[in-house]
Ligand binder design. Sequence first.
Ligand code: LIP
Length: 277
Amino acid sequence: SELLLSCSRNTEQIPTRKAGGIIREALENEVNVMQKSSSVDLVTKTDQQVEQFIFTSIREKFPTHSFIGEESVAAGQPCVLTDNPTWIIDPVDGTTNFVHRFPFVAVSIGFVVKKEPEFGVVYSCVEDKMYTGKKGKGAYCNGLPLQVTDQTDINQSIITCEFGSDRSPEVVDKIFSTMRKILCIPVHGLRGVGTAATNMSLVASGVVEAYFEIGIHCWDIAAAAVIVTEAGGVVMNVDGGPFDLMSRRIVAANNKTIAARIVKEIDIFPAKRDDAP
Ligand code: LIP
């Protein structure tokens, strides 16, 4: 719609920047930590407060739309993607960073229609970088167009990845084994800033060639997936198959050549789908 189109030019129309302001203020004052599924899966009062703030502001403008939010799902709301226009929200992507004041924390707001990502905003609020992408309309950071790198040689590439929050030794072994294989291709470097949305925005920005992870959730990647593809990149499953928002698996890369090379090295482990009953 016209309003959504204007959203991509004028991000003030959706409450991303204000949400980032709430996060920055909390970083300066008090961070109130609680545990979710385990001692390394954290949530804070700020996650909940920011999610409520975003939901309320968007619902006022789009009362018929659906919502999926990290903290609402944690509180027992269903995580089901229908064909209805749906806002997929991570109020604080990089909660562990936030808790430790490691300076990469993003607000991620994705908009999906008929299960296809249409529009995304990632606000890396400590850096004050506002990434936006709209299907067919390009990707931007603070208003400047984004473009992935044209690198096709994996040996000249830098790749981002994460350890996630599953500490079962079998999973950690697979993650290390994948990282070891990719590092020894060899690549120029392996990095990870602790938020999927920001890692993916770095792919879109042409700073790194790729990002991959198993175990992320739809709210970590819905917004940034559009930003990557609109910057000229690709998103796919870790087995090389089509991108599936609810599968908890992603490879985001500057092009198919780099993505395919990474896919070859990934040791896949099971992660229960976001929409599993
Ligand atoms: C986090 C991701 C991070 C990933 C973690 C987690 P949260 O999101 O962005 O990259 O490794 O598993 O999903 O929980 O901070 O919103």
